[in-house]
Design a protein around this ligand. Sequence first.
Ligand SMILES: [Zn+2]
Length: 382
Amino acid sequence: MDPLLEFTLVLALLALIECAHWITRQSAAFQKCWRRYAVREGESLFGNERAGFAFAWPLPPFGALWVFEAPPFHAGETRVLGLSSGRALEWHQLGAVSAEERRLMIGGAVFAECSSARAALEWQAWLAKRAGESQAHRRAAREELAEELCQPERLRSVCARMLPQRVRLVPLIWIEFALLFGGLPLTEWLVGLSRGWPWLLGALVGVHALVVWSWARAHRELFASRVQERRMKLLGLSLSPPAALRALDALSRDALPRLEPLAAASFLLERAEFVDYARRRWREHAHPKPVGLQPETSEWLALLVPAMERLLDRAGLPLSELAAAPLRLEEDVMSYCPRCERQYTHASGNCEACSGVPLVAYARAEEAVPGADSPASSRGAS
Ligand SMILES: [Zn+2]
């Protein structure tokens, strides 16, 4: 193979690797291509049982990939359940929690896995603080967290701060991309590589240095106190031009607030996509699968689901609409699953697809009308 082509392929492969984000199952990635965002749910991604890969768009305009992560644990009344490990620990034990890269560790073993090192640091600080509090304070902090996770306004203010930095970085990244993938063949064709390579190398080094410097300046303006983190990331960006092509992701990964993906969706998705996603995510939380359901999960959902419902109400999706019975697909349909909306020809029983979620009977024909307020489909049915 032509060495020039070989070199370009290696660069392309490295750039593609930089586009892959490893995100946990409870997270969602919002991927932008041109002007629209699409949601990739953690549950649906290719990977292992704890996490999967989400891919950012690799070509200009380098659409953003923003990851929003629900807490990697369920904070119950007396214990906390680590989602990736399945370990449930007493609150006082969490005083010893530490963050190692993307993991929360206790006693040398993984307690929970996060989607980023920054998320691990934030959750570690939150858990360690709660561990030393009284039960009443802890309860208030859990309620506050549930409310905070459902506030899309926090994302709006971060976007307003990030936008000017992004505008400065984007043209430089485009130029570096053009030089990396178009510079070699163009130089070969115009003047020959033997004569042109010093010019090409000089241009590439110059633009790369500008990207790295602009990124460092943007990071300093957004997070003045995170000096150590900035140095580590700067080193990675400086040594790898393909990594510099994803400099915007490296910036947003640190800047995005912790938010329930539903709250991010209300801000980022188009209306029809938001309604579809919101209904699905709300149903999954309001009607958890009973098999293997831990008390910590029930206790956390008892705080989170009302906060989600308040968010959806503010976004123009009232509970009556969310909980409405789905349109009957056939005449002989007698019941439906309130979690996945699968329909059944018997009036009672459990949903086969949702590990035993109790079915809700269609009591009257008018309940089949979409948008109708259905008391039978309320959360109590699960
Ligand atoms: Zn179901």
